[in-house]
Design a protein. Structure first.
Length: 303
């Protein structure tokens, strides 16, 4: 499948040029940028730095003088261009760079037409604008620095944990496990401005791993997430297996029957194992042997 094409439209009068490198780097992770346009009155001294950035990054400047004090003409030009690009049918997504809530209706309209809209703005941007975007990225986290006196409004960790817990529970009810990727997608669909970098993390893996309520489980190339109680249960199960073998070796089949009779909720898949034998082999102090004889069953015993 080919890369998605994006149009990056920047409200320069509402955005610092210090973020442009971070903006372009971030959107490149979503697809190929085919339109790069910035809007403002570039004859003003306030936008002098943007003139330099336009040259460095080959961004098309859409010069728009102020015709009146009542309304920013460059905002209107950005909206007009966005609709023109939309109906040209040459992009699959937009990146609207602004913190101005006046662009909320534009974002809604683009989304109604099936466009993916990545918003980028300050952390104190309009809540309506953030909610309208498919995803919203806080500009403060796109660079290597935090602005002084900046207080980011982020989703409470308690709410994040509740969403993760609900996903895990729903999967458990179906006899399945929740994938880390699925959890990340659900969080972004639930909170458009969710980003682990807001919480000081670089990856979703580490973000979830550090939550004491959950446990990361690797199953081959897949990364799954389970409730922490699973980890506690594993310790209890391992102790039960060792205790069962104190009186002598047991065939794997008999050991499995004893274990599942004692722990009806135990699922070895939650620990990354598909075969009972491999799970038993993972327990410290236990070895598996194959007795002589054509029909002899493998046995487990204390090593």
């Amino acid at each position: 499948m080919s890369e998605k094409r994006y149009a990056v439209l920047i409200d320069t009068e509402n955005t610092s040029p210090a973020y442009i490198e971070g903006i372009l780097k971030e959107i490149s992770q979503y697809g190929r940028v085919t339109y790069k346009r910035m809007y403002g009155d570039f004859t003003s001294d306030e936008l002098a730095e943007w003139n330099k950035k336009a040259i460095q990054h080959a961004i098309v400047q859409i010069q728009q003088p102020h015709y009146s004090k009542a309304k920013n003409a460059s905002d209107i030009m950005l909206v007009i261009d966005a609709m023109d690009i939309l109906y040209n049918g040459r992009v699959e997504g937009f990146c609207i760079v602004s913190s101005d809530g006046d662009f909320t209706r534009l974002v809604n309209r683009l989304c109604e037409e099936g466009m993916e809209v990545v918003g980028m703005g300050k952390s104190d941007a309009s809540k309506a604008l953030k909610a309208a975007c498919t995803q919203f990225k806080n500009l403060e986290i796109l660079g290597d620095r935090e602005e002084e006196n900046t207080v980011s409004e982020i989703v409470d960790l308690k709410d994040i944990k509740e969403v993760i817990s609900d996903i895990i529970t729903q999967k458990e009810d179906k006899g399945k496990m929740a994938g880390l990727g699925e959890i990340g997608s659900t969080l972004m669909n639930t909170y458009s401005d969710f980003d682990v970098r807001n919480y000081g993390y670089k990856s979703l893996y580490t973000f979830v791993e550090d939550m004491k309520e959950f446990k990361i489980v690797k199953m081959g190339s897949s990364i799954m997430v389970s409730n922490a109680r699973v980890k506690e249960l594993k310790t209890v199960v391992e102790n039960f297996v060792r205790s069962s073998l104190k009186s002598g070796p047991l065939e794997l089949g008999a050991l499995a029957n004893n274990l599942y009779s004692k722990f009806k909720d135990f699922k070895m898949q939650e620990y990354g194992y598909y075969k009972f034998e491999q799970f038993i082999r993972s327990i410290d102090g236990i070895v598996i042997e194959q007795p002589e004889g054509e029909k002899a069953q493998k046995i487990a015993k204390l090593g």
